[in-house]
Design a protein around this ligand. Structure first.
Ligand code: ADP
Length: 400
């Protein structure tokens, strides 16, 4: 008996698929009226299968395709009319590869386990289409008749390229964090031991111990910044309040931040030029200090010790301008547009550490304070960052 172009065996498979996918028991049609109903039912079921977001193939007990939805065909780049074809014959010309780089045996790895009960937990394959490599994930289950005999199988196929790329990025990020945390910790541990030895030994070297303690202090600060940056990014992502704006004079904040940086980064001379007049802006003073610290830390990180860093604060019309210049390795022109992105590290940073969060946070702080940040850089000549913040008008104070 034929209903809607499907023969009885196919109807049976559809019924079993319905039992698995839809979960409703279906009786096979026997009378003309039932047949008409079954026809309707088959049409409905085919519609349901066509709306499933995953690729779906229904196979008979011999591994032939009884039904393939559009998503499934598109995933493998198969044409319409694949019904009746051996599934393995359809896939063979596609030169699929296993994602775990083991040799792929279409029958042994896919069809046999599928038709024997279950393909699982999943099989990840690589497929090249339109010159792009996609990762697809296959899972499935066999279908059984009333006497518990296997009569076919349902195979679900999902494109997980984006998901696995995100997983890889997450893995890489976690190992980067582990590395970033481990290196200051190793240094802290080593210098703490050296400081202890210097103080214990004959003719106790308190000067040497002091040097070691300074390094411990610097490394602890590095760890603190790292954890602070991660917490800030998470705050921003969750949409939590980030700035606490109020009117304040930029001059003492910049002077104080530079003074602090001179202590923590004795390797570099920092030359500061600041105005005699007050420059009142409306922003978060702690965050502005943090932004300047990030710029100064980068300037020191990416320039040789004998190259001074210059900081210039000045009034420019209705705005305050803060310039930070170094004479370091510079940033390639094609990368300058990306350095404010979250997690972006330019090629010059190889081996230099960092999570690529510092400039992202600087940009967020400045932009959320109504200001702008610009960069100019020449390789092997140096980098110049300029932050512009609007000066607060007296009315702003009254609003506050
Ligand atoms: P990180 O914490 O990894 O240094 P940032 O967001 O602070 O991340 O900086 C992003 C990238 O921009 C760095 O990895 C580095 O490649 C580049 N960069 C930032 N500041 C400078 C600078 N002053 N000189 C040269 N390159 C810089």
């Amino acid at each position: 008996m034929e209903a809607n172009g499907y023969d009885e065996a196919q109807q049976f498979l559809f019924k079993r698929t319905a039992d698995t996918v839809v979960g409703s028991p279906v009786e096979i049609a026997r009378t003309p009226t039932e047949l008409a109903h079954t026809g309707q039912y088959m049409t409905q079921l085919a519609t349901v299968l066509s709306t499933v977001a995953d690729g779906l193939f229904i196979l008979d007990g011999a591994g032939r395709v009884s039904h393939a939805n559009e998503v499934g065909r598109a995933l493998f780049g198969l044409p319409e009319g694949v019904q009746g074809w051996l599934f393995s014959d359809l896939l063979r010309p596609l030169q699929l590869r296993r994602a775990d780089e083991q040799a792929l045996d279409l029958v042994g790895d896919l069809l046999t386990p599928l038709l024997a009960g279950q393909l699982g937990p999943e099989l990840r394959l690589l497929i090249s289409r339109d010159e792009r490599e996609r990762i697809i994930c296959l899972t499935g289950k066999s279908t059984r008749d009333d006497t518990d005999q296997i009569v076919g199988a349902v195979l679900l196929v999902r494109d997980i390229t984006e998901q696995s790329r995100a997983e890889q990025e997450q893995d890489a990020f976690l190992s980067l964090i582990a590395h970033e945390v481990r290196s200051p910790l190793t240094s802290i541990k080593g210098f703490a031991q050296l400081a202890t030895r210097a103080l214990e030994g004959p003719g106790a070297g308190s000067e040497r111990a002091m040097r070691h303690l300074l390094i411990i202090d610097q490394q602890t600060a590095r760890l603190g910044r790292l954890i602070g940056d991660l917490a800030d990014v998470s705050r921003l992502q969750r949409g939590k309040p980030f700035l606490n704006p109020l009117p304040f004079d930029l001059v003492p904040i910049v002077q104080g931040t530079v003074a602090h940086q001179r202590v923590t980064t004795p390797s570099h001379e920092i030359i500061l030029t600041s105005p005699d007049e007050a420059l009142i802006v409306r922003a978060d003073p702690t965050r502005i200090g943090q932004a300047l610290t990030n710029l100064l830390t980068n300037a020191a990180k990416f320039s040789p010790g004998d190259a001074p860093i210059t900081v210039t604060l000045r009034r420019q019309g209705d705005a305050a301008e803060l310039h930070v210049r170094d004479r370091g390795i510079g940033i390639a022109p094609e990368e300058q547009g990306r350095i404010f992105e979250r997690f972006y590290r330019a090629t010059n940073s190889s081996g230099g550490g960092g999570l690529g969060l510092g400039l992202f946070l600087v940009h967020q702080i400045v932009a959320r304070s109504g200001g702008k940040i610009a960069v100019e850089s020449a390789q092997e000549r140096g980098t110049h960052f300029c932050i512009t913040l609007p000066l607060a008008r007296p009315e702003d104070d009254e609003d506050a």
